[in-house]
Ligand binder design. Structure first.
Ligand code: 5GP
Ligand code: ZN
Length: 135
């Protein structure tokens, strides 16, 4: 009987660990949304904001994030697909203004893929001819 409860407990532990990494109260990007930390906002709509990456990898490097906290793009898509659509629309608006509408939109998901901030964000990258060397 002990084993019957083992898997759910493990799953809960994993969810808890991820939750600790990404609690909105100590989330950097939630603090940009609520204004308690300043950043260079370049666009916004009702559901999302866009701001410049502090360490740009291209002439245009803007992050688009939902105002609500979700850990990654899959979590956002599952919980609130309309907000994901608004996020993509904002990325497109920024790219139209800053990169003639030609850009890459990247969502790193998980540390191995390069995710370091666990509030979902799309990287809007453009303004130059882009290479294709992720590894
Ligand atoms: P990730 O590595 O999670 O896909 O992307 C996180 C991004 O957030 C990185 O590109 C990093 O440069 C950016 N970033 C980290 N800290 C700050 C910050 O304080 N302000 C801004 N504007 N960007 C940040
Ligand atoms: Zn957050």
């Amino acid at each position: 009987m002990a084993r019957a409860g083992w898997r759910p407990v493990l799953r809960a532990a994993r969810i808890g660990r991820i939750g600790v990494m990404s609690l909105p109260s100590d989330c950097l990007f939630c603090q940009f949304v609520d204004g308690s930390l300043e950043t260079e906002v370049v666009g916004q709509n009702q559901k999302a904001i866009a701001f410049r990456d502090i360490n740009p990898q291209a002439p245009v490097h803007v992050l688009v994030i939902p105002r609500e906290h979700y850990v990654d793009v899959a979590a956002l898509a599952a919980a609130d697909p309309e907000t994901l659509a608004d996020l993509v629309a904002l990325a497109q608006e920024v790219a139209l203004v800053e990169a003639d509408g030609e850009y890459r939109l990247i969502f790193n998901s998980g540390p191995t893929a390069g995710q370091s901030v666990f509030h979902v964000h799309g990287h809007v990258i453009g303004g130059t001819k882009l290479g294709w060397t992720p590894a």
